[in-house]
Design a binder for this molecule. Structure first.
Ligand SMILES: [Zn+2]
Length: 193
């Protein structure tokens, strides 16, 4: 979970804060990093919920946002999702959803994965690359945000002292499975001791 300290007089952020959003100094515990979010511009909210698709839909309803959802929305959006809203006042509100009640290992992965999406949207991928022996060596397999999130999901498991060499992805999609393995291998070889 994220643990944040909010110190601001900004009325708009106060509005978000009243809805449970956080800003300022935020610790993303699973990844072992701390963000300094500008409390006049960015706020986040982390939701640990029993049913992620349902919670996402409820957020959309509250925001009066009605996207065309794929017919298999409830199947595809299983255990995690992030939503990003901007406002006319240029505050960006980030919602991170993770399924509650899973085993600790999968929970750590899910937080790490979704925080990867968050860091990408905030333009802060370097905070992760700084943990590598060579911070300029961007992993070759990172082509898009999803790949980066797979990297941070695996990094979170290592940060929380799980033995990555002992972990196998259970993702049924062969392509994702291969990328997850690649991400784990890269972390094992390149993370600073
Ligand atoms: Zn993802």
């Amino acid at each position: 979970m994220a643990d944040c300290v909010m110190e601001t007089d900004s009325p708009l952020i106060q509005l978000y804060q009243s809805r449970g959003y956080m800003s300022g100094r935020c610790s993303l515990a699973e990844l072992g990093i701390t963000l300094d979010l500008d409390p006049t511009k960015v706020c986040i909210r982390v939701h640990s919920v029993p049913n992620v698709p349902r919670a996402v839909l409820e957020l959309y309803e509250r925001a009066n946002f009605h996207p065309d959802l794929p017919s298999d929305f409830f199947e595809r959006r299983g255990n995690m999702q992030s939503s990003f809203f901007g406002s006319a006042q240029e505050v960006r509100a980030f919602d991170v959803f993770v399924t509650s009640g899973l085993d600790p290992l999968n929970t750590v992965y899910l937080y790490g994965h979704e925080y990867g999406h968050l860091l990408s949207r905030l333009g802060l991928r370097e905070m992760i690359y700084d943990k590598f022996k060579d911070p300029t060596a961007v992993p070759w397999f990172i082509e898009d945000e999803e790949h980066f999130a797979e990297l941070t999901g695996n990094l979170a498991m290592l940060t929380q002292r799980y033995d990555l060499s002992d972990i196998t992805s259970t993702n049924p999609d062969g392509t994702v499975h291969a990328r997850e393995s690649e991400a784990r291998r890269f972390i094992l070889e390149n993370i600073r001791g």
